[in-house]
Design a protein around this ligand. Structure first.
Ligand SMILES: O=C[C@H](O)COP(=O)(O)O
Length: 256
């Protein structure tokens, strides 16, 4: 964690969740209302089909709701896509862009991710820009080169600490139960802070840098304690309120 940066625990439901999953949103809302969570921001990004009803459910609680992706244009002939303006219209407050599953399965490059981040920011959302190396890149010792290149290509000039969050997600750690060593995460996050500072100066000092990839209730405390790790982007363990709240609790315990 970084002193004076408010942590964010974010859940990415990916393509999971039907209407009955709204019970989990309700339970998370009730959980995060506990006064001891007031020093942590919490967010769930459900599938687009649930965003509108989820924001209605979360209207009177501290839980934020976000999208998992957005198009770079505000509207138009883009069948199947959802714009940042539409997410904002549904009262979402965040949008993930550049998740490795979008980069890999939908061929999104840094330019596309940057355009999506710009669109999210322009719509008044906070963009969560995902970056991270593949297993091959890690083995080749290229992790920091990949992070440098993805940060430089994906983060727009308009990024500020208020409108942008960076999520470091090693691709090989996603959904595998594997995580980098604490030393490797610390090195990656220190590198990101430094690289962002060269471009964004003071804004980078206050920007939240999340770690994502096999975060669970059992390892959340250890991960959050790492310098420059200002929260988590959680996949599988965010689907159940009990697990998500246990991760929030691990983080809260560190804050005292
Ligand atoms: O966006 C979330 C990440 O892809 C992490 O997923 P995971 O927690 O299931 O490994």
């Amino acid at each position: 964690m970084t002193p004076n940066i408010r942590p964010l625990v974010a859940g990415n439901w990916k393509m999971n969740g039907l209407r009955d999953s709204l019970a989990e949103i309700k339970a998370i809302c009730e959980g995060v209302e506990e006064p001891h969570f007031e020093r942590i921001d919490t967010l769930i990004c459900p599938p687009a089909t649930l965003v509108y009803v989820a924001t209605a459910l979360a209207e009177n609680c501290a839980l934020h709701i976000g999208g998992q992706d957005c198009h770079s244009q505000e509207s138009g002939a883009f069948t199947g896509d959802v714009s940042a303006a539409m997410l904002a219209d549904c009262l979402a407050s965040y949008c993930i862009v550049g998740h490795s599953e979008r980069r890999t399965l939908h061929g999104e490059d840094d330019l596309t991710v940057r355009a999506k981040a710009e669109a999210a920011i322009a719509a008044g959302l906070t963009a969560i820009i995902c970056i991270g190396e593949t297993e091959d890149e890690r083995r080749a010792g290229k992790t920091l080169d990949v992070l440098r290149s993805q940060l430089s290509g994906s983060v727009p000039e308009t990024a500020t600490a208020a409108n942008t969050v960076i999520a470091y997600e090693p691709v090989w750690a996603i959904g595998t139960g594997l995580t980098p060593t604490t030393e490797d995460i610390a090195a990656a996050h220190a590198f990101m802070r430094q690289a962002l500072t060269m471009r964004l100066a003071d804004e980078a000092q206050a920007m939240r840098l999340l770690y994502g990839g096999s975060v669970k209730p059992g390892n959340a405390g250890e991960l959050m304690a790492i310098e420059n790790v200002d929260g988590a982007l959680v996949g599988g363990a965010s689907l159940k309120a009990e697990d998500f709240l246990a991760i929030c609790e691990a983080y809260r315990a560190l804050l005292g």
